[in-house]
Ligand binder design. Sequence first.
Ligand SMILES: NC(=O)c1ccc[n+]([C@@H]2O[C@H](COP(=O)([O-])OP(=O)(O)OC[C@H]3O[C@@H](n4cnc5c(N)ncnc54)[C@H](OP(=O)(O)O)[C@@H]3O)[C@@H](O)[C@H]2O)c1
Length: 191
Amino acid sequence: MHAPLSELRLEQWNAFVELKKLGLAKHIGVSNYNIETIKEILDADLAKPEANQVEFHPICAQVDLTRYMKENSIVPIAYSSLAPLSTWRVEEGQGGGEVLAEIKEESQFVINEIATKLNVSEARLLLRWGLQHGYGVLTRSSKPERIRGNLKFFDFEIPDKDMERLNRLDQNQAIAWASSGVNPMEAPPLK
Ligand SMILES: NC(=O)c1ccc[n+]([C@@H]2O[C@H](COP(=O)([O-])OP(=O)(O)OC[C@H]3O[C@@H](n4cnc5c(N)ncnc54)[C@H](OP(=O)(O)O)[C@@H]3O)[C@@H](O)[C@H]2O)c1
């Protein structure tokens, strides 16, 4: 389920559970769910989501939610891992560009410094940061050479003290949906 934006989200989730029971889905999960909306599912005694896909990068580190998902064995999946980059969704209509540019600028110095020190691209550093936090990372590029380069984030490790520096960039600030004015984690009351 893309986001908990419907007041009928429990009925929708129940339909996913039924699909799985019928063998029509192998795995079912949610996206943009926070602790409260996951708890709604558990409180309703419905099968819990196997995964939750959320915006996750150093500026939006989802600290409490990450801990909660770990405690409840819900697989964390990251989207918009590259949102801190100045090149993130810069093309017309992609909703990136100047979005929260000031906030990003503050972090870019640290990201650039650590990437240079480790001799990796900033994109690889950000993907690796997600992986070292236990997230599956989803990324995309329209450029084959970038896709090839981005994939190489299994062959190096970010040392603990650099992980800590990156962790300190957290502003609990989501960027991906900002240009739409919608907060996908802000669920309306249940019907
Ligand atoms: N569940 C949700 O609410 C939600 C929300 C957002 C996204 N998603 C999903 O998450 C996945 C990732 O989407 P995303 O747009 O957020 O992706 P992303 O991987 O964080 O960012 C992609 C952007 O970064 C640029 N980029 C890629 N590699 C780069 C590199 N090496 N150096 C510099 N810039 C680079 C790309 O530009 P070029 O194309 O020019 O390379 C593109 O503008 C998609 O499957 C998407 O559907 C889900």
